[in-house]
Design a protein around this ligand. Structure first.
Ligand SMILES: Nc1nc2c(ncn2[C@@H]2O[C@H](COP(=O)(O)OP(=O)(O)OP(=O)(O)O)[C@@H](O)[C@H]2O)c(=O)[nH]1
Ligand SMILES: [Mg+2]
Length: 350
């Protein structure tokens, strides 16, 4: 799963990327370099589970982050619409907005970046309509004609300055468009990058985005990128002290990473044993058998049953035995839909 960090030049993309990844890429250098990192998804359930079962280690779920420059930030005026192929490959986007500099106007910046994405999609659709029309002239191919009709609907929608994620089309039509990898079809996490002084006014700034966020597949988080970046350079004791001084409970970047995970439509089921307490990434709606395959294809192939406890029950009752005594231990078949936080043990035979 890939999440791309985008935004205007100098909006704090690399700062947020560093804070989330613990990497130390140069900031403020206008570089066009793409940075990549695999990020652990914070999950305090794993820490509690590992204590309960005396696990030797914890393995967190992971997502891939890309710090991806490439937007001019000039909105409709932009001429460089070369959104890189890397960005089109992303499963979701994190849009970082400057709310730290003196004349910051995050709402307008957001509009500009979105306009730029809409323009890029529009250009792509136009090129594809042209190409198909040429072929239709020689072949008169029915499927191509249908495709062009659908693309024309997309074009009208984009010309109305709307995002592809909000277009009203049926599932088959959406599927047939998948190959285009529209920029404006990706789930979006808006990250408001505040200055130290503005943290107190976060909720006021966030309100400006209410209308946009309430719609489908969009999330919002506020963060002070600079503080977060400093936090990761400290050792555990200093970090705790620094956070207490600032009155923050957990690094805001943890929330950002968790929200990205949700936005990608991902959930975790958990396994707990002496070797490790571990989160496994699945998509919402995965069956027990398919989930088993995430651990190993043999377990999927030889699937017999899944032993399932809710994380909360396991913590409340303290052991498998007690969960059983309380009647909360379940044996599920291969069609069972695994839920976030299920503590699972697969029985299999190969
Ligand atoms: N005060 C303050 N400054 C910040 C914050 N985030 C970033 N900056 C500063 O803004 C400048 C740009 O930050 P970067 O993280 O390099 O921004 P970027 O979006 O990666 O920039 P480009 O890759 O050049 O487009 C740097 O000088 C940062 O120190 C913040 O939360 N607060
Ligand atoms: Mg950068």
């Amino acid at each position: 799963m890939k999440l791309g960090i985008i935004g205007k030049p100098q909006s704090g993309k690399t700062t947020v990327f560093n804070a989330a990844s613990g990497q130390q890429e140069a900031v403020g250098d206008f570089s066009k370099a793409i940075h990549k990192a695999i990020i652990k998804v914070p999950d305090e359930r794993l820490e509690k589970l590992s204590v309960l079962v005396s696990a030797k280690k914890i393995v967190y779920a992971e997502i891939e982050f890309l710090d991806a420059p490439g937007f001019s930030g000039k909105g409709k005026e932009s001429t460089e619409l070369e959104i890189s192929a890397d960005l089109r490959q992303m499963d979701a986007l994190m849009l970082v907005l400057d709310a730290f500099s003196g004349d910051a106007d995050p709402k307008t910046d957001m509009k500009d970046i979105i306009d730029e994405m809409i323009l890029a999609d529009q250009v792509m659709v136009e090129t594809n309509i042209e190409r198909r029309n040429k072929r239709i002239r020689t072949t008169n191919d029915k499927t191509l004609i249908q495709e062009v009709e659908l693309l024309k609907r997309c074009l009208t929608h984009l010309e109305e300055e709307k995002l592809m994620i909000d277009i009203d089309i049926n599932d088959d039509e959406r599927k047939s468009l998948r190959g285009y990898m529209f920029m404006t079809e990706k789930p979006l996490l808006i990250v408001v990058n505040l200055s130290e002084e503005k943290i107190a006014t976060a909720s006021e700034i966030e309100k400006q985005f209410d209308d946009f966020i309430s719609a489908n597949k969009r999330e919002l988080a506020s963060i002070c990128g600079k503080i977060e970046m400093e936090l990761i350079t400290l050792d555990d004791d200093d970090r705790t002290m620094f956070m207490e001084e600032l009155g923050i409970k957990a690094p805001a970047v943890d929330v950002v990473v968790q929200k990205s995970y949700n936005l990608l439509g991902l959930i975790s089921f958990l396994t707990a044993g002496e070797i490790e307490a571990r989160a496994w990434t699945i998509r919402k709606g995965f069956t027990a058998q398919k989930s088993a395959g995430v651990i190993h294809s043999d377990i999927e192939r030889g699937f017999i049953r899944a032993e399932v406890m809710k994380y909360e029950d396991f913590i409340e009752f303290g052991s498998e035995k007690e969960v059983k005594a309380a009647g909360k231990f379940r044996l599920e078949g291969k069609e069972y839909i695994v839920c976030d936080g299920d503590v699972v043990n697969f029985r299999f035979n190969v």
